[in-house]
Design a protein around this ligand. Structure first.
Ligand SMILES: [Zn+2]
Ligand SMILES: [Zn+2]
Length: 412
């Protein structure tokens, strides 16, 4: 009943499995399944990242993973990368969804695409309580206003406006990227899986005060602070102009390599991106002090280190201090107890999800603050979730997924 028309690609997947399963299933790595798999009911989807109906399942699984956190564990196994799992689970075609009860007993299995409504209906039929705590929360699927400026003026990394004198242009072999500042360039750089490969990086051009483009390596940089204490970088083609600026405003004159070392000195403890200490969220893991580049990444430190953490962040609307402590991968305490999270999502012009909303994740002391903040940020898309759900999502990541967290093109 739940097998709509899924086209040729699906048949290809199927045929490939039937006729050449060694080829189709050959390149698998073992999926890491967490140790407490039996304490919760579990939905396991066995598919592959390149099969069309499996791709259609991916956003559904992601939503269920967040919405059912603490009630049902949602897992995806790529059987092309992990053929052993296909064998263990007796898979005949992909995608296949297996519903396990607490204790690990298989309750039901379905072959082919299965929609969200049907998955939820099946769990209810199987007697599993699906009360969703986030159901009444604020959700915005599409921006409340049209984007105010063309794509060419939007920073590829932070989504902010690009002003000519700060602009950095990366002419990669595949794509050209526009960044709003050298700082965003180094966040971009620390998000690359292979940062020094010419295919990804290509030629990097910075812009001086006159708007002239200069190869990044040949420019000289003034790195100082603006009036508000924020680190600021300016590029110069000549030493004279740079020295003049330095005499007028205290700061350091540095080469591209020195700038790179300074910019990459502080990293996110979860995703490893460059972050300025003043922008970072404080994370304590025992005696260890780390930083999160956003509050969600701060929670991710618990998953990456497999340790209990204490996070201190600010309400994105009021600046009030918010405190979270974890124990054994779950939330131990929240201050205040009414705290909620905004799980931002970056949507493309066509309304499709592009990535998790890096730079757009926020925490609030209560849901009313979140709604007020959303009113002030009409372009923000995402949903209100509990801190428990945000942590559960991070704790459900495999070590491989954590290793690729927030990397370009790896964002789930
Ligand atoms: Zn930017
Ligand atoms: Zn991060």
């Amino acid at each position: 009943m739940n097998t709509p028309h899924i086209g040729r690609n699906f048949l290809n997947c199927l045929l490939a499995i039937i006729t050449a399963n060694t080829l189709c299933l050959a390149t698998l790595q073992a999926a890491e399944i967490s140790s407490d798999t039996n304490s919760l009911p579990r939905l396991v989807d066995l598919g592959a990242d390149k099969c069309i109906p499996c791709k259609m399942m991916a956003p559904i699984l992601r939503e269920l993973n967040t919405e059912l956190a603490g009630r049902v564990r949602v897992e995806f196994i790529d059987v092309w990368k992990n053929p052993a799992a296909a064998k263990t689970h007796g898979i005949k075609l992909i995608p296949t969804q297996i519903f396990y009860g607490t204790g690990g007993k298989e309750l039901y299995r379905h072959e082919g695409f299965l929609g969200k409504k049907d998955i939820l209906a099946k769990w209810r039929e199987l007697g599993v309580d699906l009360t969703v705590t986030d159901q009444s929360g604020f959700v915005r699927e599409i921006p409340a206003e049209p984007a105010p400026r063309p794509q060419a003026q939007i920073c590829f990394m932070c989504g902010g406006k690009v002003n000519a004198p700060d602009r950095v242009l990366v002419k990669g072999q595949k794509e050209q990227r526009i960044l709003c500042s050298p700082h965003c360039y180094f966040i971009f750089y620390s998000s690359l899986t292979k940062p020094d490969e010419p295919l990804e990086l290509g030629e990097v051009l910075v812009t001086d005060a006159s708007g002239r483009e200069i190869p990044a390596r040949s420019a000289l940089y003034w790195r100082g602070q603006d009036k508000s204490g924020r680190t600021t970088i300016r590029a110069f083609a000549s030493k004279e102009a740079a020295t003049q600026t330095q005499q007028a405003e205290p700061g350091n004159l540095v080469s591209w390599d020195e700038l790179k070392a300074a910019e990459l000195a502080t990293r996110c403890g979860f995703c490893d991106r460059a972050v300025y200490p003043q922008d970072a969220i404080s994370v304590k893991a025992g005696e260890q002090s780390l930083r999160g580049c956003c509050p969600m990444c701060a929670l991710g430190v618990a998953a990456r280190l497999q340790k209990d953490i204490a996070v201190e962040a600010k309400d994105a609307l009021t600046g009030e201090i918010l405190k979270v402590k974890t124990a054994g991968g779950t939330v131990a305490s929240l201050e205040p107890k009414t705290m909620v999270a905004w799980a931002g999502e970056k949507k493309g012009p066509d309304g499709h999800r592009v990535s998790a909303g890096c730079f757009h994740q926020a925490w609030f002391a209560n849901a009313a603050n979140l709604v007020k903040w959303a009113g002030l940020h009409p372009l923000a898309t995402g949903r209100q979730i509990t801190i428990e759900a945000a942590l559960a999502e991070k704790m459900s990541l495999t070590r491989e997924q954590i290793g690729q967290a927030c990397k370009l093109d790896k964002c789930p």
